[in-house]
Write a protein that binds this ligand. Structure first.
Ligand SMILES: Cc1cc2nc3c(=O)[nH]c(=O)nc-3n(C[C@H](O)[C@H](O)[C@H](O)COP(=O)(O)O)c2cc1C
Length: 196
């Protein structure tokens, strides 16, 4: 598959539709090599990729449960079970974080987070090119201090996404996508508010 075909055929695959096998160590390395080619203003290298697989997935699920119970001590059993099982479907999760430098003279935090988002997109496209599916999620866990602590993140750092990886189960179909032209203009000067 050429690069354009790869970009044009990727769809997110929800974790429940991702099964074994996950990429092996060699393929995972190739995938992560694409992540660190993300644009990186100031060569800050803010990205951190925590590979969670095997038994570690259940440990992360327990962290999610603890975080939920800190947020909502009376959370219903169904919500607890949901958090406990969240990491159990896909065989591998890359917890992708930005270690954010807040006092850089030229590169504000948003650019470091964008760089980490670009790294995630490279991971997802590279995984697709290798025959694997992926799904990016965040939710309350990504912003939760207890979860962040488990990855040695400070308040300024971010969990930019939980990237679930595995082999897509059969039966997924492509979905309609918008036409790019709907979002594009030929800019020739300031746009009047009424024209939006
Ligand atoms: C930063 C970010 C966070 C996301 N978090 C969630 C999430 O927590 N839960 C969810 O169901 N989808 C989430 N999504 C959406 C899915 O990752 C995915 O983009 C969406 O299902 C559309 O799939 P597509 O990639 O095939 O267009 C998130 C997307 C982005 C960009």
């Amino acid at each position: 598959m050429d690069a354009m075909e790869n970009l044009m055929s990727r769809n997110s695959v929800p974790p429940k539709l991702l099964s074994e096998p996950a990429p092996d160590d060699n393929v995972l390395q190739e995938i992560l090599d694409t992540a660190v080619r993300a644009p990186d203003h100031g060569a800050i290298q803010p990205w951190r990729f925590h590979i969670v697989r095997g038994e570690a997935r259940a440990k992360l699920g327990e962290i999610f449960v603890e975080a939920l119970l800190k947020r909502e001590p009376d959370a219903p059993e169904a919500a607890i079970t949901k958090e406990r099982n969240r990491t159990s479907f896909a065989p591998l999760v890359i917890v992708t974080c930005a270690k954010v430098t807040t006092d850089h003279p030229n590169v504000p935090p948003v650019e470091q987070i964008v760089s980490t988002g670009a790294a995630i997109q490279n991971i997802m496209n590279a995984a697709h090119s290798k025959g694997f599916g992926s799904f990016l999620s965040t939710g309350k866990n990504a912003r939760d201090p207890h979860v962040k602590q488990a990855f040695n993140l400070s308040d300024d750092d971010e969990i930019v996404g939980f990237v679930y990886l595995g082999t897509p189960k059969p039966g997924l179909s492509d979905k309609p996508r918008p036409e790019a032209a709907e979002f594009c203009t030929e800019w020739t000067g300031p746009i009047a508010a009424a024209a939006e």
